[in-house]
Design a protein around this ligand. Structure first.
Ligand SMILES: C[S@@+](CC[C@H](N)C(=O)[O-])C[C@H]1O[C@@H](n2cnc3c(N)ncnc32)[C@H](O)[C@@H]1O
Length: 199
C-alpha cells in the first residue's frame, strides 16, 4: 500500500479527521467501499465534502486506492478497517452521513448480527453521527431490505425516500452506481434504496 500513501491511511483513534484533510468540512463515510467506484465518483462530484472509505479486505481496498488515485481526488481517505470498530476512529458527532451499498446480506438468522444494518451497528452509527445525521442505504436483497427497515423502525429512526425500484442513477441523476449495482442491474434485479435520519 506504500504507493498509495496519503490515500490509504491509518485509522485515527478518537477521530479528528479535519486534521487529516487539513480543513473542516462535512464528513461522509462509506462502509464496505469494495473497489471504490462509488466513493471516487462521489468525491469528484462533491469537492466540498470529505470522504472516508472503510474496507476490511486489503486486496479490495488496493483496487479502490488505484481508482481514487486515477480520479485525482484529494478529499478521500481509505482505511483497512472493520466497521465493527467504527466508534473508536470517529469522535462523537463527527460524521454527517454514512453510505452502505450492497452490504453482505448474511441470510442465515444466526448471522443476523453481522448485517451492517443490525440494531447493534445502528447504535454505533448513532454515536458517531451528528444530530440529524443520515444513513443512505442501497441493496438488491429484498429480505435484507425488509429486515433493515424493521431495524430502523425499532431504533426510532426516521426513514424517507423509500423505493424498491431505484431508477439507474437515481430519480434525478444524483445517485452513483457501485460495482455490485452494475452487476445486479445487468442481471435485471431491482434495487432497493432508502435514506435514514438519526434524530
Ligand atoms: C458485497 S460487497 C459491496 C461492495 C461495494 N459497496 C459495491 O456496492 O460494489 C461488500 C463489501 O463490504 C466489505 N465488508 C463487509 N463487511 C465489512 C466490515 N464489517 N467492515 C469493513 N468492510 C466490510 C467486504 O469486504 C466487501 O468488499
Amino acid at each position: 500500500m506504500l504507493e498509495f500513501a496519503g490515500i490509504v491511511v491509518a485509522p485515527r483513534p478518537g477521530g479528528g479527521w479535519a486534521g487529516e484533510f487539513g480543513r473542516p468540512a462535512p464528513l461522509h463515510v462509506e462502509l464496505g467501499v469494495g473497489k471504490g467506484t462509488f466513493i471516487s465518483e462521489l468525491a469528484a462530484r462533491e469537492p466540498g465534502f470529505d470522504f472516508v472509505g472503510i474496507e476490511a479486505q486489503p486486496e479490495v481496498l488496493y483496487q479502490a486506492a488505484k481508482k481514487v488515485m486515477a480520479r485525482e481526488v484529494r478529499n478521500v481517505r481509505l482505511l483497512d478497517f472493520d466497521v465493527s470498530g467504527i466508534v473508536d476512529i470517529f469522535a462523537p458527532g463527527e460524521v454527517s452521513r454514512l453510505y452502505i451499498n450492497f452490504c453482505d446480506p448474511w441470510p442465515k438468522k444466526r448471522h443476523a448480527k453481522r448485517r451492517l444494518t443490525d440494531g447493534r451497528f445502528l447504535e454505533k452509527y448513532r454515536a458517531i453521527l451528528v444530530a440529524g445525521g443520515e444513513l443512505f442505504f442501497k441493496t438488491d436483497n429484498a429480505a435484507l431490505f425488509a429486515f433493515s427497515l424493521e431495524e430502523f423502525a425499532q431504533a426510532g429512526l426516521e426513514v424517507r425516500n423509500v423505493t424498491s425500484d431505484l431508477p439507474a442513477g437515481g430519480a434525478a441523476g444524483e445517485d452513483v452506481m457501485t460495482e455490485y449495482e452494475q452487476r445486479f442491474r445487468a442481471l435485471g434485479l431491482r434495487i432497493n434504496r432508502c435514506e435514514v435520519v438519526f434524530p
